[in-house]
Design a protein around this ligand. Structure first.
Ligand SMILES: [Zn+2]
Length: 99
């Protein structure tokens, strides 16, 4: 799942960057939410959480509660809106601008 690879700004816990795995499975800041939504799924694998129906729902709820969804959306949209070709084009253009 693509979202897992997205690195966004540092998490509020300051332990590391915000990733889906960090927030769902590890972040100390959201342990209460995790206990309610993720712990009942009885898995410590973020992949298992995200690939099961109940887990997917729980993950969405948790992400909404942590209010990091907007940050994810911004990053994901940015990633998906641009292809590798676009990026190459842009790099070329900015090189030209430098000259
Ligand atoms: Zn954290």
């Amino acid at each position: 799942m693509r979202v897992l690879e997205v690195i966004s700004p540092d998490c509020e816990c300051l332990e590391r960057a915000i990733t889906v795995e960090h927030v769902l499975m590890k972040c100390s800041k959201w342990s209460a939410e995790r206990e309610e939504l993720i712990t009942p799924l009885r898995t410590i694998s973020v992949k298992e959480v995200l690939t099961s129906k109940a887990g997917g729902r729980a993950a969405i709820k948790m992400i909404q509660r942590t209010k990091i969804l907007d940050q994810f959306k911004a990053v994901v949209e940015q990633e998906e809106g641009r292809t590798a070709e676009d990026r190459e084009e842009e790099e070329k253009r900015s090189e030209e601008e430098i000259e």
